[in-house]
Design a protein around this ligand. Structure first.
Ligand SMILES: *Cc1c(COP(=O)(O)O)cnc(C)c1O
Length: 385
């Protein structure tokens, strides 16, 4: 795999820039044409072919960050995921995914796959042996997500990649929660990396986008299918995403640092029952997380002690917002049982450890002491109610 000779901040700032040859401007121009010359050109450009100047260039930045040869940018994370699934799975094939999959991906599989005769198994856990047990003769793809949402479980990336290779099955990963700053799965042998760029890559809660990164060969196979599905990102938004990604490493590192400190604070807090964060030594897979992540990320979940109402607590927060999404520069919290996992039954939620008390916390870049003070005052108000 190609590795850029540059450090991560330089890649974020400069790789994939379009030089403004005409006016010598400092940043990439936006090319909004949907029609390009076809005669005497080395490439027939059309936005749905993923090859307008802005799409083509930004994909170089994503590929460099993920240590892959190529990448494609999509209109959403789900557009990226559907292109991935429908490239490598056809009628009669079988997919293995973990039971702790992102809710949207889980619905997509359960609702759409039966219409196309594609089989699937949700594992009972997320260890390599759980994936192995789910493999069938017609399994064509194993798709993992680590750290998982919302309990931050860790799957052994290298182990799953090896398992796939041993059975001649492709492997893919949803790398959204870690971002390329904290985790580069290609280095552990995973074939395809998927991102909801709506999250860390965008980072300002104002862009819906997705991406896939892999070898030239795999990306070319995906391209042939994806151009038929037409899930591209508009060049205006591609340009916005390029602007956002210049600060990706700065943001994610600051968020990760905050999260590490806040997780430690919450873990010692008498009003907090449990903290789920892979950077805590108490996390059951701390060692595995340390071995495969550059940093532990900025997502965590926690539960207040019994008797302290989680919704009440969220209402009292003044700085930290209650919000559906995640990974923006601003800190946000949500209750998985009311949002991402609302469509599951109580029993299903109990089975995967999602209690009504669970609060998912996406840590932002704010000054740490202000975040801690906000949490503290909200806990106190919840207690005195
Ligand atoms: C948000 C998200 C997705 C879906 O991405 P969209 O951009 O909303 O389509 C997939 N996986 C994870 C882990 C996510 O957080």
């Amino acid at each position: 795999m190609k590795h850029s000779k540059y450090g991560v901040n330089t890649i974020c700032t400069h790789i994939g820039e379009i030089e403004d040859k005409q006016f010598k401007g400092a940043v990439s121009p936006i090319y909004v044409s949907t029609s390009y010359e076809f005669d005497d050109v080395d490439m027939k450009r059309y936005p749905r072919y993923f090859n307008t100047p802005n799409q083509e260039h930004l994909s170089k930045k994503i590929a460099a960050l993920e240590h892959t040869e190529s990448a494609l940018i999509f209109g959403s994370g789900m557009a990226a995921l559907s292109a991935l699934f429908f490239t490598f799975l056809k009628s009669g094939d079988h997919l293995v995914v973990q039971n702790t999959l992102y809710g949207g991906a889980s619905h997509f599989i359960r609702e759409e796959f039966p219409k196309f005769g594609i089989e699937f198994t949700f594992t009972n856990g997320y260890d390599v042996s759980d994936f192995e047990a789910a493999i069938q003769p017609n399994t064509k793809l194993i798709h993992i997500e680590t750290p998982s949402n919302p309990l931050l479980t860790i799957t052994d990336i290298k182990g799953v990649a090896k398992l796939g290779k041993a059975h001649n099955i492709l492997t893919s990963i949803d790398n959204t929660f870690a971002s390329p700053i904290n985790q580069n799965p290609i280095d552990f042998g995973i074939d395809i990396i998927m991102h909801s760029a709506t999250k860390y890559l965008g980072g300002h809660s104002d862009i819906l986008a997705g991406a896939l990164a892999a070898s030239d060969d795999l990306i070319s196979q995906i391209w042939h299918v994806a151009k038929n599905f037409g899930g591209n990102l508009s060049d205006y938004t591609v340009w916005m995403l390029e602007r956002s990604m210049k600060t990706l490493a700065l943001r994610v590192k600051a968020q990760t640092k905050n999260a590490n400190k806040i997780a430690r604070y919450l873990e010692k807090h008498p009003d907090v029952k449990a903290v789920y964060y892979p950077g805590l030594k108490s996390h059951p897979q701390y060692k595995l997380a340390k071995a495969q992540m550059h940093g532990f990320g900025a997502m965590m979940s926690f539960e207040l002690q019994d008797g302290l109402d989680a919704l009440e607590f969220q209402k009292h927060l003044q700085l930290i917002k209650s919000s559906m999404s995640l990974a923006g520069v601003e800190s946000t919290v949500l209750s998985p049982y009311l949002t991402s996992h609302a469509l599951l039954t109580q029993e299903e939620r109990d089975a995967i450890g999602i209690s009504d008390q669970l609060i998912r916390f996406s840590v932002g870049i704010e000054t740490k002491k202000d975040l801690l003070a906000d949490i503290e005052q909200a806990i106190n108000k919840t207690k005195t109610k």
